[in-house]
Design a protein around this ligand. Structure first.
Ligand SMILES: O=C(O)CCC(=O)C(=O)O
Length: 301
């Protein structure tokens, strides 16, 4: 499988994110952008009035204008193309290189951030209350990470830029109400990018959207991956669309190849590395067990 270059590895370790250019082709950008316009008119889960960002099933997005706000969850039901993004060739290899092979897809999301004066942007870490204080080190795999595909060009600043605090994934950060970081705090980097680019970032990196004063909406698709013990949180068990998936995609949404049982998601199925990385990885790992982290443990049930 493809691996991060040395420079990418070092950037990931020190900054907590990577900016990959041209991951989606212009045709794919156009296709997924149209998908988001379609998804907006269909029922689905979006933030509702419930406290703490919980989501409710809505008949369609609040704003039906294609440049209006949308924060749609669990995209897999909408089209085969969203299923295929789970392990997108060219990108998924890098995700496995970062996460290791014992991973799951834990959520999918489409966000449209409209041009508005009303939203000042916000920053946070991912994984909710549970992961805010669980930080990775330079050499550890993250507990979770996201791939964020840009479907719009983002130029300059305050244009709905994905904003990061490089290196914040490894250190305590001021998070009391008075000093909560914003997209304009010292150390914030508002990233520019082109439609088709993809950002990878660790759950513990402080990040979020800048305000969007650019006059045009910014569209994105996000897929979150977690170590398998952390489980998916878009669906309770294996989602119904599993029948449309390849064996690897099935495994990534939690189909362990057997009914749920105590120890599921704790002990990986014996074929986990082969399913995620292919048979060659298993053969290689017998020679160099640390690369994929299986070694002798691969044989225990
Ligand atoms: O919309 C953005 O720029 C960032 C999205 C975000 O913060 C997240 O996915 O956690």
């Amino acid at each position: 499988m493809q691996q991060l270059t040395q420079q990418q590895r070092s950037q990931w370790s020190t900054d907590g994110y990577l900016h990959l250019q041209g991951v989606l082709s212009p045709e794919e950008v156009e296709f997924f952008s149209a998908q988001l316009d379609r998804v907006r008119t269909l029922p689905g889960y979006e933030p509702s009035d419930l406290p703490r960002g919980h989501y409710g099933l809505l008949p369609h997005a609040d704003d039906l204008a294609t440049e209006g706000f949308m924060d749609r969850r669990h995209l897999l039901d909408y089209d085969q193309s969203f299923i295929d993004l789970i392990d997108r060739p060219g990108l998924f290899d890098l995700i496995v290189d970062i996460m290791g092979p014992y991973l799951l897809l834990s959520m999918s999301q489409a966000i449209v951030r409209p041009a508005t004066k009303a939203f000042p942007g916000y920053t946070h870490t991912d994984g909710g209350e549970a992961l805010r204080y669980v930080r990775v080190t330079e050499t550890s795999r993250p507990i979770a990470m996201k791939a964020m595909y840009l479907l719009s060009d983002v130029e300059g600043t305050d244009s709905g830029n994905f904003t990061v605090f490089p290196g914040s994934h490894m250190r305590p950060f001021p998070d009391d109400a008075e000093r909560w970081p914003t997209p304009h705090s010292p150390g914030a980097a508002q990233l520019a990018g082109k439609a088709g680019d993809c950002y990878l970032f660790a759950h513990s990196l402080w990040h979020g959207p800048a305000p969007n004063y650019s006059g045009k909406a910014r569209k994105t698709i996000l897929y979150n991956y977690s170590q398998m013990f952390a489980r998916g949180y878009d669906f309770e068990l294996v989602p119904d669309v599993v029948d449309k998936m390849t064996p690897r995609q099935r495994r990534l949404v939690g189909d362990m190849g057997h009914e749920f049982r105590p120890g599921s998601f704790f002990y990986a199925p014996r074929d986990q590395v082969a399913v995620i990385m292919g048979d060659e990885a298993v053969e290689e790992s017998a020679l160099a067990p640390t690369r994929v982290g299986i070694g002798a443990g691969a044989d225990r049930a």
